[in-house]
Design a protein around this ligand. Structure first.
Ligand SMILES: Cc1ncc(COP(=O)(O)O)c(C=O)c1O
Length: 456
């Protein structure tokens, strides 16, 4: 097929998607000049039908830890399909689920001894809410402000940023949120002894890649034990070696009662999630023969997801991608700090392993403050989106700003990313951010975009 007809097909695909799925999403991608049609994705590289190469520095929000379409995961899935084994028979013992659960628990350690499989992070969060309630006999669920736990009703109830929940209420009662890192506020809530669980991300991703004080999670775990609340970690983004260790919990030396995993579990190819928990928590739900299936889900334990997750674990470990995450993350952060130093709109570069945030701040100099305030007033995400757009369009890097903190650019390439890609990214970010420090093209383009975005 020639390129012209491929492009025509891509345009048709966009139109059909807009007509039948989500027109505003297509409009947004068009505005940001990010509506390209990917033809082939491999490792950290995405190739478009019009011949561009995009480097993925987002990883589908931490899905692609082993890179896109890792050949070993693809082969494992092909073999699984070809063997015509049991898939979703429902009334059988899913042997791959047992094998995967054993491997996950061995790696997670602590008291985590049982697994409930799900097909997404949100479904894992919903399960954790039910399991915590069943175990403690309490209804309340406590979370941290600006958390992201998913968009199903239970998970939404644990997210303080109203953008996500407006118009969808009423949500769960008996929830509360405390500032991340604030142990006094946490203890004040826990003391009421009405919370079944304190659910928290060990590093808050969408809140702006917020890395807590090393003592915070250990003390939070201690307080939870003291007041009879389950300490539950949402490792949907941070798990599967994203920050170095298998779980971020290992970095902080904590032993949660439950851990929720998803995203990178199955190589970015088959939806898969898991809730790891202690025997005691598990037994509160599956407490007798008649209750053996009291919480289940049709696609849970399906053989393609289990096979993909087993193959993904094997790749992560045989290629030492946890070590790679630490080494590449340290290198990238150091280079970014160096390259962005002295630029007044850069507040901080932070993160662990290859989960990195670059935080921006409003400029102090009057000549920049006026245009900045102008379009921050249009929409608070405007500044970050222009950075994302320029990185994509002008330099071929896919990134995004954090969902609950628009002033933080999330940097999370696949753990297989090459050093040369890291260096090229540093140069690109420096050039885009430098451009934002001079009154001119960056700001006039941004204002044009704002006008187009809000045109009825
Ligand atoms: C930390 C965290 N928890 C839970 C979820 C929800 O996962 P899913 O989108 O698979 O439902 C997300 C999604 O981005 C997440 O980042």
């Amino acid at each position: 097929m020639n390129t012209a007809s491929q492009i025509e097909q891509g345009t048709h695909a966009s139109e059909r998607y807009a007509q039948r799925v989500n027109p505003e999403w297509v409009r947004l991608l068009d505005l940001l000049q990010m509506n390209v049609h990917y033809e082939r994705c491999q490792g950290a590289e995405l190739f478009t039908e019009d011949g561009r190469r995009i480097l993925d520095f987002l990883s589908g929000y931490c899905v692609h830890n082993v890179g896109h379409n890792h050949p070993s995961v693809v082969r494992a899935l092909q073999n699984e399909l070809e063997r015509c084994g049991p898939a979703m028979v429902q009334t059988h013992v899913a042997s791959l689920a047992g094998e995967l659960a054993e491997k996950l628990c061995e790696r997670a350690g602590g008291g985590l001894a049982k697994v409930f499989f799900a097909s997404s992070g949100s479904e894992g969060v919903e399960a954790a809410i039910k399991f915590a309630r069943a175990h403690t006999g309490r209804a309340g669920i406590l979370s941290a402000e600006h958390a992201f736990h998913g968009l199903t009703c239970g998970a939404l109830s644990l997210m303080s940023d109203k953008f996500w929940s407006e118009g969808f209420g009423p949500l769960l009662k008996d929830t509360a949120a405390v500032p991340f890192g604030d142990l006094e506020a946490l203890e004040r809530e826990l003391k009421q002894k009405k919370f079944a669980a304190f659910m928290v991300e060990p590093i808050q991703s969408e809140a702006g890649v917020c890395v807590p004080d090393p003592e915070y999670l250990r003390k939070a775990e201690f307080l939870c034990r003291r007041y009879g609340t389950l300490f539950v970690l949402d490792e949907v983004q941070t798990g599967m070696y994203r920050t170095g260790p298998f779980l971020s919990a290992h970095r902080f030396g904590v032993e949660p009662a439950m851990v929720i995993m998803a995203k990178a579990m199955s190589g970015g190819l088959v939806p898969c999630g898991a809730v790891l928990m202690s025997d005691a928590v598990y037994n509160s739900v599956y407490s007798s023969l008649p209750r053996a299936f009291v919480h289940t889900s049709t696609f849970s334990e399906n053989s393609l997801a289990m096979r993909a997750a087993l193959a993904t674990l094997e790749v992560l470990e045989s290629e030492s991608l946890g070590e790679r995450s630490i080494e590449a993350g340290n290198y990238l952060r150091a280079r970014l700090v160096d390259a962005l130093s002295g630029l007044e709109m850069v507040k901080e570069v932070r993160g662990e392993g290859l989960l990195i945030g670059i935080e921006f701040q409003a400029p102090r100099k009057l000549r920049l403050r006026l245009p900045y305030q102008g379009f921050a007033a249009v929409h608070p995400a405007m500044f970050g989106q222009i950075i994302v757009m320029r990185l994509f369009r002008d330099y071929g890097f896919l990134t995004q700003i954090c969902g609950n903190n628009f002033m933080v650019l999330k940097v999370a390439p696949p753990l297989v990313v090459a050093d040369a890609h890291l260096d090229a990214f540093v140069d690109a970010v420096r050039e885009v951010v430098e451009l934002a420090h001079s009154p001119g093209a960056f700001w006039s383009e941004a204002l044009g975009l704002a006008r187009r975005a809000f045109r009825p």
